[in-house]
Design a protein around this ligand. Sequence first.
Ligand code: FES
Ligand code: FES
Length: 152
Amino acid sequence: MPNYNLSVNGQSVNVDAPADLALLWVLRDKLGITGPKYGCGTNVCKACTCLIDGKATPTCVTHVSSVVGKKVITIEGLANGATLHPVQQAWLDRDVPQCGFCQPGQIMAAVDLLSRTHTPSDADIDAIENMCRCGTYGRIREAIKAAGAMMG
Ligand code: FES
Ligand code: FES
């Protein structure tokens, strides 16, 4: 079985995995990083979203072999020590989550958006495709704008 050196949350890790194994399963099953969630496995729900070189990416359809040499960040790697990322802080301040299942992916998508603009429009936010069965979209929108203001 091939062996891969990966950069995950700022650490170098080594895993044995088939080349076409989804990064989601490397993270969850081989590395015990369970923030990224499995919803559909088909690039629809986006619950598995992590940052790959800063871009929000569905890890359920991303082969492990394709992320060698890239920086993978999961929700577990977002805070700076004890200091939450502004997006995490805004989420807490506004009690965004309901069941919580989709929220790690939502937060990573928001981080990607705010890395491109600190003042996203409603249309920018609506372009995020992450699904939330609990319908927290209104609070997500408020939290993204608040986080952008914190970051600006
Ligand atoms: S698990 Fe649904 S897009 Fe990845
Ligand atoms: S908070 Fe329940 S699915 Fe989004």
